[in-house]
Design a protein around this ligand. Structure first.
Ligand SMILES: [Zn+2]
Length: 464
């Protein structure tokens, strides 16, 4: 009975979404996003993962000539798969000719696979993973345990082939690292492109390559975005998000970690809070755990390549890792929990859809780059100003004690660009503001942050 009743509630939500235009809403939840989240398919995720595993290796340095094995076959399949989802999706290779450097041991052509779902505006929201794989002779488990041989280097690679130009075709299934993030990205390309929703932001479903060689594919794309002034608003990067059983036996299939680089109240931290807020509303059965640090100790991921060039990006990581299966031939389909991976996909879907439907976040800096927050008019008030965001119909102002990590209070205001909170000492609180469209979709928060001050050299007279 309970199940049937719940189903009825779901159906009512879905049906009302069809009949209602994107006008005023009486709920925080958009029925179209509810339906989109419900469209994520465990079965499809499983099919994609098995296909990715079938290429046996997707090493960046593996063969490109076979149609069934190695990275050439894998990237072509990913391209063809996403092309089949919808004529709205613009699917292409994002190709670079890379010369030997770092862990790239020979000339190699790198191809990210990207699917673009154009929105009404050019601003972009990315969902990403990396489809390349790595298997070392000792794996991540031995590296973490501090095994002494051959070297205490977590990124130690197997001995290169005798011929440096020969493809590295040893077995490297990489089903969790990062087949899981890749499958999530591919599945959400399907879900979003078939949703029928008209998004404001352009959505990009990006399968990076060269991650295991030093975030190479992500760095190349981020550099291109800087050079071509591509307005990337947010990147949701997923890397190792499909296993719920820690190698120490502890199981957690109900939470996901979201790493966000600082400093405090950076846009990436605001994006992590946004995922917690909106993921928590649309997928209340899954708990988002924001992490106020760039990534796990000694480990890296593609979101950092974007952070380092000034973009707003967070990294999704499963809550309990099994290091014995990472960078190891044991990273196979058996290590995946499809229900867990699907929950992580739903959190991504809810957050990215809300962000892509919302207006861009408002600006809080003056033309001179100063935060537009003062104590006027009394000298003891909080006087906030912000710049209007295109498409915004209202704003929500947030605040919290300056020692806190999560927003404690918020108030919705109309289509204005200033708010005075009498007797609120601006020195004691962090303030921020988000933009909201007529349908209730909210951007992430832009916070008022004091700029760092440079030290001043004081001159002295050495003669006295
Ligand atoms: Zn990875």
């Amino acid at each position: 009975m309970m199940t049937a009743r719940r189903l009825m509630v779901c159906l009512v939500l879905v049906v009302s979404g069809v009949s209602r235009s994107a006008g005023a809403q009486d709920s925080d939840l958009d029925p179209r996003v509810v339906r989109l989240v419900a469209t994520v398919s465990e079965e499809r995720l499983g099919v994609i993962l098995k296909k990715l595993e079938s290429f046996e290796t997707r090493s960046t340095m593996s063969s490109t000539t076979s149609t069934t094995r190695g990275i050439g076959a894998a990237r072509q399949w990913i391209l063809d798969e996403m092309r089949g989802y919808s004529p709205k999706l613009q699917v292409s290779f994002d190709t670079y000719q890379v010369v030997p450097q770092g862990r790239i041991t020979r000339d190699v052509e790198l191809r990210n696979v990207m699917a673009v779902l154009p929105g009404r505006s050019p601003r972009r929201v990315y969902i990403s993973g990396h489809y390349d794989t790595l298997a070392t002779s000792r794996g991540q488990g031995a590296a973490n345990a501090g095994a002494p041989t051959p070297a205490a280097d977590p990124d130690a690679r197997p001995a290169p082939p005798v011929d440096p130009n020969a493809p590295l075709d040893t077995f490297a299934p990489g089903v969790n690292d990062d087949g899981s993030g890749t499958a999530l990205t591919i599945e959400l390309a399907r879900v979003f492109s078939q949703s029928g929703i008209d998004f404001d932001a352009t959505l990009v479903f990006m399968c990076h390559v060269g991650e295991e060689q030093g975030l190479v594919g992500a760095r190349l794309h981020a550099q291109k975005a800087v050079a071509e002034k591509i307005p990337i608003e947010a990147i949701f990067n997923n890397d190792i998000v499909g296993n719920d059983r820690g190698g120490n036996g502890i199981v957690d299939g109900a939470t996901i970690r979201v790493y966000a680089e600082g400093p405090e109240d950076s846009a990436s931290r605001e994006l992590a809070r946004f995922v917690q807020r909106w993921g928590g509303r649309y997928v209340p059965s899954h708990t988002v755990r924001p992490m106020a640090r760039p990534d796990r100790f000694g480990r890296g991921g593609d979101h950092s390549a974007y952070n380092q060039l000034g973009f707003t990006a967070v990294g999704f990581r499963e809550s309990r890792e099994n290091f014995a299966c990472q960078h190891d031939v044991r990273d196979t389909y058996e290590g995946i929990s499809l229900p867990y991976l699907a929950q992580n996909a739903r959190v991504n879907a809810a957050s990215a859809a809300t962000l892509a439907l919302a207006p861009p976040p408002p600006g809080v800096l003056s033309d001179r780059g100063a935060p537009m927050i003062t104590r006027a008019p009394s000298g003891y008030d909080a006087n906030l100003k912000w710049t209007a965001a295109p498409g915004a119909a209202a704003y929500r102002v947030f605040w919290r004690e300056a020692w806190g990590s999560d927003w404690q209070h918020d108030v919705r205001v109309g289509n204005v660009t200033t708010l005075i909170l009498p007797n609120m000492q601006i020195d004691d609180y962090v303030f921020g503001v988000a933009s909201i469209d007529a349908g209730g979709h909210e951007s992430f928060v832009t916070a008022y942050v004091s700029p760092a001050r440079a030290s001043t050299d004081i001159k002295t007279n050495p003669g006295r």
